[in-house]
Write a protein that binds this ligand. Structure first.
Ligand code: SKM
Length: 280
């Protein structure tokens, strides 16, 4: 297109996001006019109640589309005209495309995690997996894990009702009783092949670990979705024990690869985006 692409990210506390740089760098490399703005609710002193206004403002200002992050990935849904099958199944949206007067919701987190997992932990055992967190990102990751053949997924959340709701929706989607909520964390961990953190614990602004480190052991693989910092306390402890690990970098890049393609209609160079991400 000669028109250029104007995209943005709506979320709270997103100043450290690498997504604008990833999109603009790839846009430059492809010779596109591509701008990506942060729309930070904290900076604007707004909350997700402002979403209807922000969406129409972006639409009126000619935005091509938006990424949506914490805490808006579910609150955005009633404001959209259409959802991709994936976004509907997951119940969370991280990408909105404005097209022909319509707002179409997608989820690129699921594919982002899936691609990262295949590349980093493609051959690991997956009979039993423990997932910490059942929020917007957690729903996308859980879908990816079950579609990658995880047999039993145990989901824990500080809000047990949220873990129950996610498990119920996964079981509806994937059939049988492959997901369950909560229970005893220590015994779930003792039987697990792998652990996935989808909570914000470990982010620079929220230091700490999502589980007590005594529950880690060398035979466990550990995947993280936090990417700022790339080495969270959880990954550091797990590596010290000799666990196989996957950091949040791949997911951060591949959700952007997919969103770039939805916004621009042009295929992204994933390797170039990965290399650029790791150079930042
Ligand atoms: O889903 C992504 C979103 O597209 C961008 C983002 C970020 O830049 O921090 C995080 C994830 O929620």
């Amino acid at each position: 297109t000669t028109q250029g692409i104007l995209a943005g990210l709506i979320g709270a506390g997103i100043q450290a996001s690498r997504t604008p740089a990833m999109h603009e760098h790839e846009g430059d490399a492809q010779g596109l006019r591509y701008l990506y703005r942060l729309i930070d609710l904290d900076q604007l002193k707004l909350d997700s109640g402002a979403l209807p206004d922000l969406l129409s403002a972006a639409e009126r200002m000619g935005f091509t589309g938006l990424n949506i992050t914490f805490p808006c990935k579910q609150a955005i849904i009633p404001l959209l005209d259409e959802l991709s099958d994936e976004a509907r199944g997951i119940g969370a949206v991280n990408t909105v495309v404005f097209k022909d007067g319509k707002r179409i919701g997608h989820n690129t987190d699921c594919l982002g995690f899936l691609e990262g997992f295949r590349r980093g932990l493609g051959d690991v055992p997956r009979h039993q997996v423990v997932q910490m967190g059942a929020g917007g990102a957690g729903a996308a990751v859980a879908h990816a894990l079950l579609s990658e053949g995880v047999e039993q997924l145990s989901i824990f959340d500080v809000e047990p009702a949220r873990a129950q709701a996610l498990a119920a929706s996964l079981n509806k989607h994937f059939g049988s009783q492959r997901a369950q909520a909560g229970g005893d964390l220590a015994s779930a961990m003792a039987n697990a092949d792998g652990l996935v953190n989808t909570t914000p614990m470990g982010m620079a602004k929220l230091p700490g670990m999502p589980i007590p480190k005594e529950l880690l052991r060398a035979a466990l693989w550990v995947a993280e979705i936090v990417y700022f910092p790339l080495e969270t306390e959880l990954l550091r402890e797990a590596r010290a024990l000799g666990c196989r690990t996957l950091d949040g970098g791949n997911m951060a890049v591949f959700q952007a690869v997919k969103a770039f393609e939805l916004f621009s209609g042009v295929e992204a160079d994933a390797q170039r985006m990965l290399d650029h991400f790791h150079s930042m």
